[in-house]
Write a protein that binds this ligand. Structure first.
Ligand code: FA5
Length: 342
């Protein structure tokens, strides 16, 4: 009787294990055949009823069955684990024939590129780069540059004040002239690149832009307006090449006398007149002149003994002309489609 039961359990288990298809089902199978409530345990309980001669035989048979069941389970477990692993490997598989992701490399902003090129050219011409603060006092930005309080010429540069009448965002790089002349003895030749701020906005005017200031001071008579013109012409030739048409035109600045401005032929209309050049055919790029005696006096230099020249170049304007850009705001909106072209 018991022998038959053992055989039945064995046959059922062998049949059932076939349909076990995952590790969860295998665990259920193990609980069913070897767990606390498994039929094989009842078998052992019934052992008492058997005759003393039969008992060892039945016990041995039950043990064989137990071992067999354990073996079946172990074998199935190995198979299922291998299947599982194979499935996971397949799911994780990388297609090594796919093209790799492109690595996009960053580039320098066009204004940084132009600034670096300008600085390199002026260094070759013997100028030393210096820096000044973006937040300036009224004294350095205006007063020492011969622009007294309430003078109409202050309106040439609409100012952002940090503290009305005292502290401001510098409207040009010219205050660096004063800082240098107060701290260094001539002869000297410096450039001062940096950000400047004005309440200005259209296709050629930005509220934040860059200038490169230039300043040279020596014993009176050593540097003349001819040197100024020669220096700026040389710079423009190196920057644009010799074919770009430029013109010098008389102008006014309170801190230089005589003064000039330099224009470059408009890149959009080639001089015919358009929206960018406001129908003039020219784009203004810089202001310059011989240092006004009042400025030399303000820094404690005797205008009878010293003279020099200065210039202030608009960096964005040079970049517009170099790269053919018709709206200054493109430099500040950080559109990647624009920036990627440089
Ligand atoms: C000045 O700022 C004088 N400090 C320049 C100077 C220095 C004259 C030394 C004499 C001696 P101006 O305001 O013209 O000048 O500006 C100089 C240049 O900066 C302009 O020719 C133009 O190229 C550029 N610029 C002026 N305003 C803006 C603006 N809002 N956005 C972009 N570029 C500007």
């Amino acid at each position: 009787m018991i022998e038959e039961t053992v055989k039945n359990i064995e046959a059922k288990a062998i049949e059932e294990i076939e349909s076990v298809s995952n590790l969860e089902a295998l665990e259920a199978f193990r609980v069913k055949y070897l767990g606390r409530k498994a039929q094989i345990n009842d078998l052992m309980k019934n052992l008492k009823q058997a005759s003393p001669e039969e008992r060892p035989k039945i016990g041995a048979q039950a043990n064989v069955l137990r071992n067999q069941l354990e073996e079946i389970i172990a074998k199935k477990k190995t198979i299922l684990e291998e299947q599982d692993f194979a499935l996971r490997v397949k799911a994780d598989a990388q297609d090594v024939t796919l093209p790799a992701n492109k690595i996009v490399r960053g580039k320098k902003h066009p204004i940084t590129q132009v600034l670096e090129e300008m600085i390199a050219i002026f260094k070759e011409l013997g100028y030393i780069p210096v820096e000044g603060p973006d937040v300036e006092t009224d004294y350095y930005n205006f007063e020492a540059l011969n622009i007294p309080k309430h003078h109409p010429s202050r309106e040439m540069q609409a100012t952002f004040y940090v503290k009305e009448g005292e502290l401001l965002l510098r409207t040009h790089t010219s205050p660096v002239q004063i800082r240098v002349l107060k701290s260094q003895k001539p002869p000297l030749a410096i450039i001062a690149p940096g950000r400047v701020y004005r309440c200005d906005a259209d296709v050629t005017h930005s509220p934040v832009f860059h200038q490169v200031e230039g300043l040279i001071v020596d014993k009176k008579g050593k540097v003349s307006f001819t040197d100024l013109k020669g220096t700026l012409t040389e710079f423009l030739h190196r920057f644009f090449g010799k074919n770009k048409r430029v013109r010098f035109r008389p102008s006014f600045f309170p801190f230089t006398e005589p003064s000039a401005e330099v224009d470059v032929e408009c890149i959009i209309c080639d001089g015919a007149g358009c929206r960018l050049c406001k129908d003039s055919g020219w784009i203004e790029i810089l202001g310059a002149g011989m240092i006004d005696p009042n400025v030399l006096e303000a820094v404690g230099l005797d205008p009878e003994l010293y003279s020099g020249f200065a210039f202030g170049i608009g960096v964005e304007r040079l970049a517009m002309l170099k790269f053919g850009i018709d709206d200054i705001r493109l430099f500040f909106t950080n559109d990647l489609r624009f920036l990627k072209q440089f």
